[in-house]
Ligand binder design. Structure first.
Ligand code: F6R
Length: 360
């Protein structure tokens, strides 16, 4: 069942190239480079979008916000479902709510959807499990096609959510004419090439994750830092590490370090940074210099040729635009996996956690 892998989590991380291919199947019309989302045919691009989710799905939603705002110029709020459901909400019939849930059974996400419905908002469900409650109760359903996810820690489901959010951003960007043709063409061409690139890289990424896990698994706390698209990934990296290895980890936007968290940094408190080649690289670099000045060790995911002097660089190939996130996500998942496995933890069934959280 585990296909030769030691754990389902590892198998599911390695399935991600196939998951991306499956998510894209039938979704792109190469004639006019358009995205095919017949599930949303009757729905115009929203004026305002509220994304509703929990845990890893919430991190996917945060990533989607950056892309949908940039490509489709739609204001997006991303809401933790357990907060949204009890807030004094301001919504009306023009609002669209996108509920993201792998299982489609998360109690808070479902309750949030139901509240949004009371205001007449339109609900899109983005879920993996066919026929789940989110799918049944949404007005429109997009399935992520990641296949069954057995490991409690979610990996390939998040990957599939990112693909669908990418397609949604393109779809609405086209409807609103906010996505320039050259960006659209690059977006299509590069995501179609992504599965092969990722498949080739994964074994190498795992080797580096294993090396680093040996160097860092004795740490009791970790700081994960990123900016822009890499900020939600920093949150996700920290969540993966804490849930399967039981090592305390905090995810932060790098620019927030100086507002308090930097006080934590000392030689015993390492940082896992996302320092990729984007428009915020120099800002991240200077944030990391502050960490180093306080003796903090740093693992940094970075790209070839960048001027970055850290304890343990993890150099990965540079991809086009937001697609870097897919490679970075795999690194974060593999690092958490290797640390947890090295420490002898029950990777697929971490303590105190359930695959779907059907209680409040
Ligand atoms: C983390 C994890 C959880 C889920 C969360 C939401 O690895 O699996 O944080 O992401 O419980 O679950 P779904 O997406 O099923 O609503």
């Amino acid at each position: 069942q585990k296909g030769g892998y030691k754990h389902f989590m590892l198998k599911e991380i390695f399935e991600q190239p196939k998951v991306i291919t499956d998510c894209l199947a039938g979704r792109i019309n190469m004639q006019d480079m358009s995205v095919q989302l017949p599930e949303l045919e009757s729905l115009a691009a929203p004026k305002r979008l509220h994304i509703l989710a929990c845990g890893t799905s919430y991190h996917a939603g945060m990533w989607g916000k950056y892309l949908i705002e940039s490509w489709a110029r739609i204001p997006v709020s991303v809401e933790i479902a357990s907060e949204f459901r009890y807030r004094d909400l301001i919504l009306d019939e023009d609002d669209v709510v996108l509920s993201i849930s792998q299982s489609g059974e998360t109690a808070d996400t479902l309750a949030g959807m139901r509240r949004a419905k009371e205001f007449g908002a339109t609900i899109i469900g983005l879920c993996n499990v066919v026929g789940s409650s989110v799918a049944r109760e949404a007005d429109h359903v997009l399935y992520t096609q990641a296949g069954p996810e057995i490991s409690v820690a979610s990996t390939k489901a998040m990957c599939s959510q990112l693909v669908l959010l990418y397609l949604l951003a393109m779809h609405w960007g086209r409807q609103k004419k906010t996505l320039p043709d050259d960006v659209r063409d690059n977006a299509v061409k590069n995501i179609l090439a992504l599965p092969t690139v990722l498949e080739t890289e994964l074994p190498r990424l795992r080797t580096r994750a294993t090396e680093l896990s040996r160097l860092y698994s004795a740490s009791h706390s970790f700081m994960y830092l990123g900016r822009g698209f890499q900020f939600p990934l920093a949150l996700e990296g920290a969540l993966k590490l804490k849930e399967i290895s039981y090592i305390h980890a905090e995810g932060y936007a790098s620019g927030e370090m100086k507002h308090g968290p930097i006080a934590l940094i000392d030689p015993e408190f390492p940082t896992f940074a996302l320092a990729l080649h984007d428009e915020l690289f120099l800002k991240v670099k200077s944030n990391l210099e502050e960490v180093q000045a306080r003796g903090g060790r740093i693992i940094a995911l970075t790209h070839p040729g960048l001027d970055l002097n850290v304890t343990d660089p993890w150099i990965i190939p540079e991809l086009w635009g937001p697609l870097d996130s897919f490679m970075a996500l795999s690194c974060l998942q593999l690092f958490a996996y290797e640390v947890a496995d090295y420490l002898g933890k029950d990777v697929d069934q971490p303590r105190n956690l359930a695959k779907s959280v059907t209680v409040e």
